[in-house]
Design a protein around this ligand. Structure first.
Ligand SMILES: [Mn+2]
Length: 285
């Protein structure tokens, strides 16, 4: 089944692509309205208790990296939940194929595929490079593909909490006051979830050189995870060779693509017991 989906994504066409986007939107709307087996959903926040989860960071159109991860842990031969931390397209050469494959997994496997939102799925704040519209147009010669895809972005989840691990794309909002801020993020909080980065040796926060969001210090991290009753954060967003940690290990960054950055290593993480040493769970390739 996996091999067929990979093949199909490699030969994507407009009508299959449009159907996948529409079906994915319908599935996520249903999750949000009627809930998900074994998970609690409050708007854009998912809470789950799983001992079998794979977490994947930025893919950015690196189809080979995505395929590599999926072949390592075939979702059709296990009950593993796959969490994607966002930034699916842009930069990488095969962004359309990446969307095709991820959305076909969503359609086939439903609530075992959880898609978080990255800053590249929030074009309301303009940034460069934003290749998706032109990549889709060049592939399909039709504007409907991007118009449909854009509608999916607002349905992607802001954050997921598995037991005591918080997962999101960018970083902790400096003004976080409760879990509800993640579930019902206003524009300011959403910008920070998608754009913030941790910084070591910083107290408080400073504006980010990215143009949006902030760099935040360990005090902000401690405050936020205490408030949420969490023990650590897994995020992506910062290009690195595989992974890195900040704030004395409270924040783990995993980055799952290589091609668009010329990186030597990428990583993903397989969590079977969330309370154990998480660094040992990282798979580097
Ligand atoms: Mn990002």
């Amino acid at each position: 089944m996996l091999k067929e989906l990979i093949e199909e994504a490699n030969n994507t066409n407009l009508y299959t692509f449009l159907r996948l986007v529409r079906d994915s939107k319908e599935i996520i709307r249903n999750e949000r309205d009627y809930g998900m087996k074994n998970a609690r959903i409050n708007n854009a926040l998912v809470e789950i208790d799983s001992n079998d989860m794979i977490v994947i960071g930025d893919i950015h159109g690196d189809f080979d990296a995505l395929v590599r991860i999926l072949i390592d842990s075939d979702p059709f031969t296990s009950d593993t939940i796959f969490v994607f931390l966002g930034d699916y397209g842009d930069r990488g050469l095969k962004s359309v194929e990446v969307y095709h494959l991820i959305l076909s997994l969503k359609v086939k496997l439903g609530n075992r595929i959880i898609l978080l939102r990255g800053n590249h799925e929030y074009p309301n704040l303009p940034f460069m490079p934003y290749d998706m519209p032109s990549m889709l147009y060049n592939k399909f010669n039709d504007e409907r593909a991007y118009n449909e895809l854009k509608g999916l972005f607002d349905l992607l989840y802001n954050a997921l909490i598995n037991k005591k691990i918080l997962m999101l794309h960018g970083g902790l909002p400096i003004t976080l006051t409760s879990k509800l801020d993640l579930a019902l993020a206003d524009n300011d909080i959403l910008e920070q979830i998608l754009w913030n980065d941790p910084k070591d040796g910083l107290k408080g926060f400073i504006p980010s050189f990215r143009g949006y969001g902030y760099f935040f210090g360990k005090d902000i991290t401690l405050n936020a995870i205490n408030l949420l009753n969490c023990s650590r954060v897994i995020r992506s967003h910062e290009a690195c060779n595989g992974y890195k940690t900040n704030h004395d290990g409270l924040i783990l960054t995993i980055f799952s693509c290589k091609e668009p950055y010329g990186n030597r290593y990428a990583s993903y993480i397989k969590i079977d017991e969330p309370n154990e040493d998480i660094i040992n769970k990282i798979k580097i390739f």
